[in-house]
Design a protein around this ligand. Structure first.
Ligand SMILES: [Fe+2]
Length: 269
């Protein structure tokens, strides 16, 4: 389905070099682009994306990485991972976050290829719909909700705070060229709010990050990807998340059907 905020480019409609050039232009202008009809082939994916940047080795364990390339992480429902509480392995929604939020310098692009959208006949918001948010829209939402407090919230987000890895850094950071007054990079780790609630329960930053998470959810754009959709976003300016997905359903005979949903994600420096 075509969306007003998302430009689609058909894979195979031009040479790889020309496609990459068009994608790059779209990313510079809008921070997001979708390539449709992309094959689920690791080598082809890496070859194309190398025109835009350097694929980063996936930072997590090896279990979810693609056997043909260690930058590709295969996101699918995993009963064992879900039992261990691994964020991307469970069903349920994924709050808006940045890719490789602890990495400095910030990786430029986040990419996801839908290989199999899985079950699509559940209620709205239960089909693993992808969510994308321009951080500028999240900050604008914050400012509209609370105009008199916005500058102080922004200053709090721009101050160094303790992250779960023990280092300090700011949630919001300057990016060049600044496109509008709300144009800041955001590094929002999925568990940052939980971490702050544990170590700084009464602090301003904890309240502000909570408000930012809520604003990002409100400003999020929804896209239901079909097989072969490859989305690339500017990882400084856009966050990503997901609506709920059902991991497994009981079969009549006492067993379980597992949702075949599979998405490949990777980050480019
Ligand atoms: Fe993610």
């Amino acid at each position: 389905m075509s969306l007003p905020w998302l430009t689609d480019i058909e894979y195979g409609s031009a040479t790889e070099e020309l496609l990459a050039k068009d994608m790059d232009a779209e990313l510079q202008k809008h921070g997001v682009v979708r390539l449709t009809g992309f094959p689920a082939t690791a080598n082809e994916l890496i070859r194309l994306l190398e025109h835009l940047g350097t694929p980063l080795r996936y930072y997590g364990g090896d279990t979810g990485t693609h056997p043909h390339h260690n930058a590709i992480w295969r996101v699918s429902y995993d009963r064992e991972g879900a039992r261990r509480g691994e964020a991307h392995a469970v069903d349920g929604p994924l709050a808006m976050h940045s890719s490789q939020s602890l990495l400095e310098p910030r990786p430029r692009y986040f990419c996801m290829l839908m290989v199999n959208p899985g079950w699509q006949d559940q209620a709205e918001g239960m089909n693993g719909e992808s969510l994308l948010v321009p951080w500028a829209d999240a900050l604008r939402t914050l400012s509209e909700a609370d105009p008199s407090d916005y500058m102080s919230m922004l200053n709090t987000l721009r101050s160094d705070i303790p992250y779960p890895d023990g280092l300090t850094r700011s949630v919001a950071y300057s990016i060049e060229p600044k496109q509008n007054e709300f144009d800041y990079g955001i590094r929002l780790k999925s568990d940052l709010l939980h971490h702050l609630q544990e170590i700084l329960p009464g602090a301003d930053i904890t309240q502000v990050v909570k408000a930012l998470v809520k604003a990002a959810q409100r400003a999020a754009l929804r896209v239901q990807l079909t097989a072969g959709d490859l989305i690339i976003v500017d990882n400084n300016r856009w966050g990503h998340g997901r609506e709920s997905v059902i991991g497994q359903l009981p079969t009549g005979g006492g067993g379980w059907d597992v949702n075949p949903r599979e998405l490949w994600s990777l980050t480019l420096a």
